[in-house]
Design a protein around this ligand. Structure first.
Ligand code: ZN
Length: 445
């Protein structure tokens, strides 16, 4: 379908609307890069209807007689490019646009898309990802491929700024990733405006709608808020009571928190796993039990703000740079908070991995193993092995400068290897090759 007619349209070379990501080849589009997304949304909770207008500011990196965006199953009503109506087709998750006249190489242009419908998650090998209805509200958890479930985007790991304006019935609290710019209450609905000025990958944008109470978690320092069902307020305050201390501990180890605020949302539904978004983490009510059973996940999600969100992998095959680091943060927090030492966690998980077939080279685990616990645990063990090799001082200096030098950018495994090499006089090639490139589990030290 796409091939023949697309070539007929002219100047864009074949394949230009394919992503460069090796694990998500069907997402992402070539020929331009997005600078900014302006999303104006109206959401009806009871009927799960979303109506939106997206204004996307992009820059052409080649002359464009046509281009495409990713968008799930919402209906597109109108597309304009630089205010002129444009022809489009929308099939199989691709919105293909043919502007009235080609966009010149290097030109900055605006794409305006009106769309509506009942948002549904993107189905795939990881289950249902993206905009999801809750019992009484909605949540968005898009890693890795759910962003097109609620807005048209270039769904690759390229970062842009965002402005999200969203209206919903007044009893509901709406939290979107970003700083709250304004909240205006109308007769029946309230409009919330959030601005995300730090460059952000589409998958890290999120909207949370529910009957939440907003709680302040920390005074001074990084603003820490929570959106929690009122009846869970007390248990939440206990289970997340040490989050400000976790924030301080991670800042001491990783450097300054990379955003202005951190918002924790507890959905009034059970969720399999908590999930990170930009400046935000989303937990299920099942992650609260009044006994801090899941405190390691509080540390894990917070650590993603440095590793995953500020530093975002340039390609999903580098996922261990997110998950190995966030897992190691769990062990580090355990260590500094009087729990088992990081080395004890390392020994435990080394044994766990040794009891399994060595099937994953974590520098490129394969798309089916992207979220495999082996990638998480072995990624953390790689960092522990590196720490044993280079020593405490060099290890933490290396981590802090890794976070600082690549703040709000994308990163790769080879960049990390080169970075770590600066902190020791001896070669780390054998260590990284054994831990990252080969499936066999190497000795710990
Ligand atoms: Zn994680």
């Amino acid at each position: 379908m796409a091939g023949q007619s697309d070539r007929d349209l002219g100047m864009t070379p074949p394949g230009a609307d394919r992503s460069t990501d090796s694990y998500l080849p069907e997402h992402g589009n070539g020929g331009y890069r997005v600078l900014h997304y302006d999303l104006d949304l109206d959401y009806r909770v009871v009927t799960n209807r979303l109506a939106g207008k997206a204004i996307i500011t992009a820059q052409a990196v080649q002359s464009l007689s046509r281009f495409s965006l990713d968008l799930g199953r919402l209906r597109v009503d109108e597309v304009r490019v630089d205010r002129q109506r444009a022809d489009f087709t929308h099939r199989a998750g691709k919105l293909r646009i043919k502007p009235d006249k080609p966009v010149g190489y290097g030109a900055t242009f605006k794409i305006e898309i009106r769309y509506a419908g009942a948002p549904v998650p993107i189905a795939g090998r990881w289950g249902d990802i993206g905009w999801d209805e809750l019992t009484d509200g909605a949540l968005v958890a898009s890693q890795p491929n759910g962003a097109p479930s609620w807005f048209p985007c270039n769904d690759r790991l390229e970062k842009a700024g965002f402005l999200v304006r969203i209206s919903a019935a007044t009893p509901y609290t709406v939290v979107a990733t970003g700083d709250l710019v304004s909240r205006r209450r109308g007769a029946t609905s309230t409009t919330w405006v959030y601005e995300r000025s730090e460059p952000t990958a589409p998958y890290l944008m999120s909207v949370q709608v529910g009957r939440y109470e907003l709680i302040e978690l920390a005074a001074g320092g990084v603003i820490q808020r929570a959106a929690v069902p009122p009846r869970l307020r007390t248990v939440f305050r206990h289970d997340f009571g040490r989050q400000p201390e976790i924030m301080a501990a991670l800042e001491a180890m990783f450097g300054p928190y990379p955003f202005r605020e951190y918002v924790v949302v507890v959905a009034d539904d059970d969720l399999d796993d908590p999930i990170e978004a930009q400046g935000m983490a989303v937990f299920g009510r099942n992650h609260l039990d009044g006994q801090r059973t899941h405190e390691r996940l509080v540390a894990h999600e917070l650590a993603h703000q440095w590793f995953g969100n500020s530093l975002t992998v340039a390609d999903w095959r580098h996922i261990w740079l997110n998950e190995g680091f966030a897992t190691y943060a769990e062990w580090l927090w355990s260590d500094v908070s009087g729990g088992p030492l990081a080395g004890a966690h390392a020994n435990h998980w080394y044994g766990w991995l040794a009891a399994r077939p060595a099937a994953v080279a974590i520098a490129d685990p394969g798309v089916d193993r992207m979220f495999d616990p082996m990638v998480y645990k072995r990624g953390a063990l790689t960092l522990h092995a590196l720490r044993l090799r280079v020593g405490e001082k060099a290890f933490f200096a290396m981590l802090r400068s890794w976070a600082a030098e690549h703040r709000h950018r994308t990163v790769t495994t080879s960049q990390f290897r080169n970075h770590a090499a600066r902190f020791t006089t001896e070669s780390l090639d054998d260590l990284f090759t054994a831990w990252l490139d080969r499936p066999e589990l190497p000795p710990m030290s």
